[in-house]
Ligand binder design. Structure first.
Ligand SMILES: NC(=O)c1ccc[n+]([C@@H]2O[C@H](COP(=O)([O-])OP(=O)(O)OC[C@H]3O[C@@H](n4cnc5c(N)ncnc54)[C@H](O)[C@@H]3O)[C@@H](O)[C@H]2O)c1
Length: 249
């Protein structure tokens, strides 16, 4: 069976946290499918690397140094980004894991500020920048299976990712009539810098719990994001797609 091919020619996409990991693969796949892509990320070093790795797409690529927790930084990026956004992928996220008893206020605040308030800041700043003539406006929020089921040591992360699902469903109700669909993807364990930070024995143990017996690739998430962003998904709104190899069944 042939792979699904997407065509996003003439579409403008913003990917937060797009300089590495899952966001980078999402940005690259949109570029390969013909879109104009603006990557918003706070890591100058990761942005430089991403820019050089994506140099063959430079005519359709913009990289902006943005901290999604900082409203002034987000407002300035919204001013300078491509006009007429079609698709927003809210992907930037961090972890600061500790058991609840040991979690500091700072660890709670930083994860909530990035993984929950960051989506509020970015989406609010861009709402009026979406292509008003289009009925193909898309927001895809990256949640996590942890937001659906909780996880040991992730009070902050689980709360933020569950909040992302609540926000997704609310926006799907409020914005549907304005030509948007708003959905979330809930990844399981995906190979990125975020999971590389975990001890190898924990990763091994986690992989063995996945029905398909492997960690996910960033492309597994990107494909679900592309589908939700496409015309084919025009009637899918307010849903959460778990992409976890069967981890949670
Ligand atoms: N890797 C996994 O297993 C996994 C599982 C479930 C959900 N997720 C989610 O997927 C998303 C991407 O994760 P990843 O594994 O690719 O992580 P990653 O650490 O590889 O990449 C995250 C990117 O976000 C950027 N970022 C972080 N804070 C930011 C801020 N305040 N402003 C702007 N950019 C910021 C980082 O610089 C980085 O480029 C996150 O939302 C994460 O919670 C990941």
């Amino acid at each position: 069976m042939a792979d699904v091919k997407f065509d996003f020619t003439n579409k403008t996409v913003i990917v937060t946290g797009g300089a590495q990991g899952i966001g980078f693969t999402i940005a690259r796949q949109f570029l390969e499918a013909g879109a104009k892509v603006s990557i918003w990320d706070y890591s100058e070093k990761a942005l430089e690397t991403a820019k050089s790795e994506l140099s063959s797409f430079s005519a359709r690529l913009q990289t902006l140094q943005v901290d999604v927790t900082d409203r002034a930084s987000v407002a300035s990026a919204a001013q300078t980004t491509f006009p007429n956004t079609d698709i927003l992928i809210n992907n930037a996220g961090i972890t600061r894991d500790k058991s609840f008893a040991k979690m500091s206020d700072q660890e709670w605040d930083s994860v909530i500020n990035t993984n929950l308030t960051g989506l509020f800041n970015v989406t609010k700043s861009l709402l009026e920048k979406f292509n008003s003539g289009s009925n193909h406006k898309r927001i895809v929020n990256i949640s996590s299976v942890v937001g659906l089921f909780g996880n040991f040591g992730q009070t902050n992360y689980a709360a933020a990712k569950a909040g992302v699902i609540g926000m997704t469903r609310t926006w799907s109700k409020e914005l549907g009539r304005k030509g948007f669909t708003v959905n979330a993807v809930a990844p399981g364990f995906i190979k990125t810098a975020m999971t590389n930070a975990m001890p190898p024995e924990v990763l091994q143990q986690m992989s063995s719990k996945v029905s398909v017996q492997r960690m996910g690739e960033t492309s597994d998430i990107a494909q679900a994001v592309m589908f939700l962003s496409s015309e084919s998904a025009a009637y899918i709104n307010g849903t959460v797609i778990s992409v976890d190899g069967g981890l949670t069944i």
